[in-house]
Design a protein around this ligand. Structure first.
Ligand code: COI
Length: 365
């Protein structure tokens, strides 16, 4: 079947157990992050013979997986994260879904999984959000977080790419990612563990990268930090990224500095958008190698005046301090940086339709 056939052929099997409006409203009043799921999900199957087929909007619920399914053994899995935003007039929009579709295709290539065409990706998002439109919250800074993912599900224990896979999208109403909201966080410098290797899967959005981050992330929590910072795996000198987001520094002269895409860093859609919005303002953005030493010393000398994390889940989150074994750089109680908060404001104003969208980033669902 052609792409147009499958894109226009979603079968809808409405959930028989859709939650009552009153229960939904309780959840939407305080959604947290990633704790509650909507009434429906998307599934699309893939085999080497048939390609993508059987696109469905169906009730949210458990998957039936053969215990030999490849994803359970060799972690052949990729995922994405994007959000649906409710505008003041009630309409629902998403942000740069083509960028997520294209990144998922790059992740798929690296993990030897099938690539879902952009058109079908965007249509899957539209189908799910239309089915669960009542789950898109409207309170300030809330959204519906969308989690597309593809798993290998061939029942075969040989180590080779699977000949069966499935793509799913689930959705979860979301408030701020961090428990404290948009308040500044502290970051833990992991000196023992790396996230990715040269030639590895660091640039792909695959579950394995996040599995590898969990132990160092736990170390970060144990040291009162919200995220772990990983350094490059070769020299252990240069910033790569945080456990689940990219990182920026603001220098005293107003320049923004962020680690260049090294091949082992996730190509964040929020990262790219922040770079664009900053350059639109005439701010110099340096994508280059940046050492942990430059950050640490800069916090002490006043050469680094702000730092922030960014990602779809984190949006833009100010960083107050960098901590590591035996040191604290910056002041854990410092207020959020000015430029950090104004970039956050500009980005969210575009996403929530409060400001013009000069780059055509928004797609109505
Ligand atoms: C996102 O920002 O969407 C992410 O995927 C980060 C994290 C929740 C894993």
């Amino acid at each position: 079947s052609t792409l147009a056939d499958i894109t226009s052929s979603f079968r809808t099997k409405p959930s028989e157990k859709a939650r009552a409006a009153a229960d939904r409203e309780v959840i939407l009043a305080d959604p947290g992050f990633g704790k509650h799921f909507t009434d429906h999900m998307i599934s699309i199957d893939w085999t080497t013979e048939r390609g993508w087929h059987d696109a469905e909007v169906r009730a949210y619920g458990p998957l039936m997986l053969d215990p030999a399914a490849s994803v359970l053994h060799y972690a052949q899995e990729i995922f994405e994260g994007l959000k649906a935003y409710r505008h003041a007039d009630g309409s629902i929009w998403t942000f740069r879904p083509q960028a997520n579709a294209e990144r998922m295709q790059r992740s798929a290539r690296r993990l030897a999984l099938p690539e879902l065409p952009t058109e079908l990706f965007v249509e899957s998002i539209r189908q799910l959000v239309n089915a669960d439109a009542a789950w898109v919250p409207s309170a300030p800074e809330t959204s519906l977080y969308l989690r597309p993912f593809t798993i290998a599900n061939e029942s075969f224990l040989g180590v080779r790419s699977a000949q069966r896979a499935a793509y799913y999208v689930i959705a979860s109403p979301a408030g701020p990612y961090f428990a404290k909201g948009v308040a500044p966080v502290s970051i833990w410098l992991s000196t023992e563990y790396a996230r990715a290797a040269k030639g590895g899967t660091g640039a792909a959005k695959c579950g394995g990268n996040y599995a590898a981050s969990l132990l160092p992330q736990k170390e970060a929590y144990d040291n009162g930090c919200a995220q772990v910072l990983f350094l490059d795996p070769l020299e252990g000198k240069y910033l790569e990224e945080l456990g689940g987001m990219n990182v920026f520094l603001v220098k005293k002269d107003g320049t923004l500095v962020t680690p260049e895409l090294s091949g082992s860093i996730l190509e964040g859609v929020t990262r790219a958008s922040i770079i664009q919005l900053s350059r639109d303002r005439g701010i110099t953005v340096e994508e280059r190698k940046v050492t942990a030493q430059e950050w640490r010393d800069g916090m002490a000398s006043g050469d680094v005046v702000e730092a922030f994390a960014c990602g779809t889940a984190a949006v833009v989150t100010p960083i107050a301090a960098l901590k590591g074994p035996g040191f604290v750089a910056g002041d854990e109680n410092a207020p959020a940086g000015k430029l950090t908060m104004s970039l956050r404001q500009e980005l969210t104003d575009i996403q929530y339709g409060r400001r013009a969208d000069p780059h055509g980033w928004m797609t109505r669902l």
